[in-house]
Design a protein around this ligand. Structure first.
Ligand SMILES: Cc1ncc(COP(=O)(O)O)c(C=O)c1O
Length: 391
């Protein structure tokens, strides 16, 4: 039978990518679209990183590397973990990947047997449940709420643990909410993992983009954890494709074997540049962070003025997850109307789980001028559509 596999059919589309496609189609017809739908930094990759890649290419660093990654990059990751968190990691426990996304395949591939469960937040980054399902696992959602700053209630996480639970996924600062889990929650989750024998899978890709205080790695609280991280967001390197998995010793070899077979290795010269990003790029990260902060400080009150509800100010990453029910409860239909009628592209909240229905995700990986333009258009749209706003 000429049928697409059940496994592929069970994967839900990432609707925001359809929004991207439609926005691009409008743009190709000459329409000016304010693009707030995607988490792709508008900054170019800092010069010191691109120059390192150029030098590496010139020097012929263009072949395969060890599947686990260049020793020099793994050493740079070890140094970074010590400098940023005071945590000591063995380079042997690191597998370098082509982004955080492939690192998820290594993590869940090494951890899950069919029927095993993984706890995720609802709403969350949708790749987590998709990877889990693809590998035969079962994602189990635990609701997080806007009015509680989208943090977990630990008793609800504990209640969701069954004999089949292998891991709890956390992502702080988080996509789509910009929420930062407080230290006591990280400690509580670490205790829970140690008490129950589940693992924490901590996606730390937005570390460095937290506006107050420093981001805390889960490894500061427990060893019963995997860390996923990558260079895409903090270093503005989305298209370079570089990330890594730090795995407990038992799982490292399995993760490495998956990497060997499926991907061979990450790009050689990109790994060289990644080591420079970690060692020398922290001032650049701080510079971009302060710009993101200014944008957050503009956008949150502006959205509230439009009549959207942002119960708790987001504390990191570059997203505002706003309750848009004043404008319509079907987030997909609303996002589509805003794109067609106001030419403002945003991500529908339902893309991130049923708990995101009624919300819209605004990315401020766009200049302050474009954010202002977007807000102006939304204000005009809302008043035309008869929605009450406080403006
Ligand atoms: C929470 C989260 N994790 C992982 C990724 C993917 O990162 P990478 O580019 O490293 O594959 C994203 C991208 O938006 C993300 O938001």
């Amino acid at each position: 039978m000429d049928e697409v596999s059940k496994r592929a059919r069970s994967m839900r589309p990432f609707v925001v990518m359809d929004v991207v496609a439609r926005a691009k189609e409008l743009e190709s017809r000459g329409v000016d679209v304010v693009r707030l739908e995607i988490g792709d930094p508008d900054f170019p990759t800092p010069r010191l990183i691109t120059e390192a890649a150029e030098r590496a290419m010139e020097a012929g660093e263009t072949g395969y590397t060890q599947s686990a990654g260049l020793p020099s990059l793994r050493e740079a990751i070890v140094d970074h973990m010590r400098a940023a968190y005071g945590v000591s990691v063995d380079p042997a426990d690191i597998v370098v990947t082509q982004g955080t996304s492939p690192a998820m395949l290594l993590l869940f591939g090494a951890l899950l047997d069919p029927g095993d469960e993984v706890i995720v937040a609802d709403p969350c980054y949708p790749a987590y449940p998709n990877y889990v399902r693809f590998l035969g696992g079962v994602p189990v959602s635990v609701r997080v709420r806007a009015e509680e700053g989208f943090g977990f209630r630990l008793e609800e996480v504990e209640a969701a643990i069954s004999p089949r639970t292998r891991a709890i996924v956390i992502n702080s600062p988080g996509n789509p909410t910009g929420a930062v889990l407080p230290e006591e929650d990280l400690r509580g989750l670490a205790d829970l993992a140690e008490r129950t024998g589940v693992w924490i899978a901590s996606d730390e890709i937005y570390h460095g983009l937290q506006f107050d205080g420093r981001s805390r790695s889960i490894l500061e609280f427990t060893d019963r954890a995997f860390v996923l991280n990558g260079f895409s967001k903090a270093y503005a390197m989305t298209g370079w494709r570089l990330g890594y998995l730090i795995a407990p010793r038992t799982f490292v070899r399995a993760a490495e074997v998956i990497q060997q077979n499926f991907f061979l290795c990450a790009n050689h010269f990109v790994q060289v540049a990644g080591a420079v990003a970690l060692a020398e790029g922290q001032d650049e990260v701080a510079r971009m962070r302060s710009v993101y902060r200014q944008r957050r400080d503009y956008l949150v009150p502006a959205l509230r003025d439009l009549g959207l509800d942002v119960a708790v100010e987001p504390k990191g990453a570059f997203y505002v997850f706003a309750d848009a029910r004043a404008w319509g409860s079907d987030s997909l239909a609303l996002a589509s109307r805003l794109l067609e009628e106001a030419n403002v592209a945003v991500a529908p909240g339902v893309d991130f789980g049923p708990g995101g229905e009624g919300f819209l995700r605004f990315s401020y990986a766009a200049s302050i001028e474009r954010l202002q333009e977007g807000v102006e258009r939304l204000a005009a749209w809302a008043s035309h559509a008869g929605h009450v706003s406080e403006r």
